[in-house]
Structure formats: C-alpha cells, structure tokens
Ligand binder design. Sequence first.
Ligand code: FES
Ligand code: FES
Length: 201
Amino acid sequence: MTKKISRRRFVEGTSAGIVAVATVPAVKAQQKAAAAATLPGVPKTTIRINVNGVDRRVEVEDRWTLVELLRDHLDLTGTKIGCDRGECGACTVLVDGTPLYSCSQLAVWMNGRSIQTVEGLAKNGKLDPLQEAFIQHDAPQCGYCTSGQLMIAKALLVSYEKKNARPTRDEVRAAMTGNLCRCSNYNHYVEAVMAAGGENA
Ligand code: FES
Ligand code: FES
C-alpha cells in the first residue's frame, strides 16, 4: 500500500535537506581550518620537496602523513583518502617515479624527494594521454578511486623502474591490483591503460 505524505510534510522534509546541504561548505571549511592548524609544542621539521615540478620549502609536523600534507596544507585535493591505512590505493602518488600510498608515508620522510600527484599530469592545459584514455573508455564512475588509478597506471607505463610501456592485459591487472574500485569498473580501467599503452594484447 502506498503511504500518503501530506504536501506540508513533504515541503518540511525537503527544506531540512536543503538546509543540510547548505551547511556542508561551512562544515568543510571548519574541518579544513582544524586540519591546517598546527599545535604548539608538536615537533616540526622543515623539508624541501619538489611537487609537480615546483620546488617547495615546507614546515611539517613530524606526525603528518604525506596525504595530509598534500590535501590539507598544499591544497592538492585530487589525491583522495579511502581507507587511510594502506589498503585501497586511492591515495597513490609517485615519489621519485615510484607509486606509493601517501597515507602510509610520513611527510617528513619526503625531504629531497620529487612528488607527482594527479594535478601534475596535465601540461599547459592539455590532459595527459592517459587521462584522455580514461575518459574515452568511461573508466571513472563515481571517480573517487580515479586519481589513484591514474597514478599507478602512469607508473606502470612511464615512470616506475619496472615500467612497461606496452603491457599485456594481465600485466595491467597485476600492476593495478593494489588499487580498489568500489564501483567495480576494473575492466574499463584496464582497457583504458591498454589503449594508452598501445594495445599489446
Ligand atoms: S587511503 Fe591510502 S591506501 Fe587507502
Ligand atoms: S570509480 Fe567509483 S570507486 Fe572507482
């Protein structure tokens, strides 16, 4: 049996939803300010890093993870946090070309290293061919895992010491096994990487 909802109750419910949505930016701003705040007495270290081709000198709290530094203090929010404990791969970035889970690295360990995030893929306003291939193959669904998938794929095709510019389908699957996709769009991701790598098998 269909339950009837009065117009008044419907409008009240909708208004509550709108209010909730309207307060989200304010809550996010508060969370960001809290994350960005440094606590007095907490050990800090100044590190020199290169992020997406730009040299930076940053003071970090010794307890910050790399993903915290990127997202909360350098405003590079393309890198996502899924599990925050080294299980999902959403936070994958390249450190000196090697793919690493940035949730499992301390920022202070990055002194002297080069970091590439998803923001560093496009050049001069032009998407990286890998990004183009992801779009053409409908790889991103909700998109939450996509930046991590892009970075692990970049490592496989281009930057990693074990790189393979023309991987087979199985090699792509093996390389990307540490990057989970809750939308289960694995086949599209694999096809996109195959296309970007020149379709080996
Ligand atoms: S957020 Fe780093 S592995 Fe999941
Ligand atoms: S596209 Fe949604 S989690 Fe991968």
